[in-house]
Write a new protein. Structure first.
Length: 385
């Protein structure tokens, strides 16, 4: 699985992402051709090699030919541009997902409905190009999984259309909820709303670099002159043979809820993207029996799953823990048995089979129809494989 690790020691922005992808081998002529499918006018893209504090990096720029193109757009208008484009549907949907993330953050900050949000800097052509270009680049380079370091957001103040605000700007801070951030006293806005939205929408986890075999390293240059190199470093390679993931563990203890509700809560959590959800009997203070609800979540689904917990249970709060997870390669095959076709989940490490598990629902259906013990079906499937 081709994996990219974003080392954001000097922040992240849309142009830095594309610069790093170009540095990794993305062809700018291919990118230009794909971006033209958006049917946007009066802009040009270019890239060049520069040196930032002794580090060679690729600088990506979007030039706008006419000032009036820096107009405001709402989410509906941006989605219409994307919808009418000739980009493939997977890329379209990802671009929309990123813009929706920005819109939700802006709506919360300004206390407005999402459809009433008008983008200022975000709605400009260069930002549409940055977001679309990044998504196009990820796909072209065959990047299956993205991980990211903690984000250095910088410090100080930034001026934008709503006035002067401390770094990170309000919308950026909202986008970065539940993401580890820090600053090392560099007075600059190092993480832009665009960069924050792209990486939080697509990264599987934030923190330490996973075990991986690095094949290439790309450097995308920023626009700022800082005490440290204003570059984004991206490692590209393959994960270690045992899959590495970073997940969130959401927990809460409940001692005052009707137990009949729990199965429905679990069902709702699984429907909303939980990797797993389960209950544990516990004894709380003063010997009071209770239930601990545990939910395993991808980083991107954490907020949504917390909302489900708050909607469906009586809890007043949850704990969120970041955990590393290792997993084997898995594939699903269908094999033909004397009872009929059965799906089989096969787990491997370095191409060596470690576990074979028949699909439960397939086996139950056969056992019921044939009126035979379920374990006989399992044994037949394992014997055949």
């Amino acid at each position: 699985m081709k994996t990219a690790y974003f080392d954001c020691f000097s922040g992240i922005s849309g142009d830095m992402i594309i610069g790093a992808l170009l540095d990794l081998g993305l062809d700018i002529n291919f990118l230009d051709k794909e971006l033209k499918k958006l049917n946007l006018k009066n802009y040009e893209i270019q890239s060049k090699k520069i040196v930032k504090n002794g580090i060679a990096a690729t600088k990506f720029d979007v030039s706008i030919k006419h000032e009036h193109n820096h107009e405001e757009r709402n989410l509906k208008e941006i989605n219409e541009i994307i919808k009418k484009s000739k980009l493939d549907n997977e890329i379209k949907n990802t671009i929309k997902k990123i813009f929706l993330k920005i819109a939700i953050a802006e709506a919360k900050v300004h206390n407005k409905p999402v459809d009433k949000i008008h983008f200022h800097e975000i709605g400009a052509i260069d930002t549409i190009i940055d977001i679309a270009g990044a998504v196009i680049g990820f796909k072209k380079l065959g990047i299956d999984r993205i991980y990211c370091s903690k984000l250095n957001v910088g410090t100080g103040f930034v001026e934008f259309s709503h006035g002067k605000w401390p770094v990170p700007a309000p919308a950026t801070a909202e986008i970065l909820r539940n993401v580890p951030i820090y600053n090392n006293n560099i007075e600059a806005e190092l993480v832009t709303p665009t960069g924050a939205a792209i990486i939080t929408a697509l990264a599987s986890g934030f923190g330490e670099m996973p075990a991986m075999k690095v094949e290439k390293i790309g450097y995308g240059a920023g626009t700022k002159e800082l005490e440290q190199p204003n570059v984004l470093r991206v490692f590209l390679g393959e994960l270690d043979n045992m899959k590495n993931d970073t997940i969130n563990i959401i927990e809460t203890n409940i001692d005052n809820m009707n137990p009949e509700i729990y199965p429905y809560v679990i069902e709702r959590l699984m429907e909303n993207g939980a990797l797993d959800a389960y209950l544990t009997n516990i004894i709380m203070k003063k010997g009071r029996p209770a239930i601990k609800l545990t939910v395993l979540s991808e980083m991107k689904d954490t907020d949504k799953l917390c909302n489900v917990i708050f909607d469906e249970t009586t809890t007043l709060g949850v704990r969120i823990l970041i955990a590393a997870k290792k997993k084997l390669d898995r594939e699903i095959k269908t094999i033909k048995t004397k009872y009929g076709n059965v799906g089989v989940k096969i787990s491997k490490l370095k191409n060596e089979v470690k576990n074979i598990m028949p699909e439960y629902e397939d086996c139950v259906k056969i056992a019921k129809n044939r009126k035979i013990p379920l374990k006989e079906v399992y044994e037949e499937v394992k014997k055949l494989y």
